[in-house]
Ligand binder design. Sequence first.
Ligand code: NCD
Ligand code: ZN
Length: 375
Amino acid sequence: MAKQEITIKKPFDSHVHLRRGATLRAVTKYTAERFGRGIIMPNTEPPIDTVEQAAEYKKEILSAVSGHSNILQNVGMSVEQKFEPLMTFYLTKKLSPKDIGKGASGDVCKIYAVKSYPYGATTNSQWGYRNILEAKEVLREMENVGMPLLLHGEVHLNDNNVEEDPYDGEKIFIKEVLPRLLDEYPKLKVSLEHMSTSEAVDFIEKNGKEGRLVATVTPTHLMYDRRQAFSGGYRTLLHMKPLIKKMEDREHVREIVKKGLPFVSAGTDSAPHPESKKFSSCCAFGVFNSPVALELYTQVFDELGCLDKLEGFLSENGPRFFGLKPAEDTITLVKEDWQVTEPIVTDEGVKIWSLCDKQHGLGNEVIHWRLASSL
Ligand code: NCD
Ligand code: ZN
């Protein structure tokens, strides 16, 4: 019997961290093999908050892609046609309305969105505002020029500067911050990133609207809940922000993707960290999943019996929010079991462990779908 397979327009990653230097050179190919374009997260060190920095960062990404000749087998295709990094600004205290104008014009480097990190909540969030509502002038200008705001939607520090319970951060944000933001900026395009709770899902289901309020979903929040995160001990490779939540939350996240809503799309939040930072007394937040993300999304949609919704989620809804057309080229996935058996090693000899790794994952995670081209 012929193997089951699925061909879809080349996916769009609405949320990916590629880092810089040796890590970037090691991880970028996994994204570029699977996704035609990616919204590149700006929480590098230093953060990206000028068009000049964004232009330089984009160049670094493209040169890493061109370094992997297997991705450029198609003669006549430029690096940018194979994988196009779509650059973003970090909403630092330095970012001004003038920067927004420059980014929107695209003269030096086109900026597709601004990402907000709540101060102290996650990796490299030390340059963010405590509360997004404080960034009034920048938000007003974004609303004027139509530049989307990407939200790390968690309250980390409350109005009295006291830390909230990290399991409640998203819930509090949905209840107390997001409605006010939408109210105060009625034309702002907003994306709630990496939904992890029932509250976020319910809010988006009720209020989501193409071109106004959208949301992204990671493979990690679709696949796992706290039972796996604490299975036999705390699972380092599942440690991320927002934290992996309860069974009901995961069920809600699964239910919303099953509905095939036009304002819900894939954002992997692939976030590589060197082994030394992941396996340390203070484990870094971030799940590196680009070698398996597309495969896991497909697996979950297959389990849910909604493979017909996969292309919208992976390849159409994301670009539409950013005013872009879906990709013209396609990708094929085949139903076949495989496992991740090796870490990725940078050219500086540093190991980076992927989600589902046989040794450091849950133990024996078999992935049921794989990229046809990697067979
Ligand atoms: C991200 C990272 O490592 O940059 N980590 C994470 O846990 N998701 C930052 C982020 O998106 O929160
Ligand atoms: Zn992220």
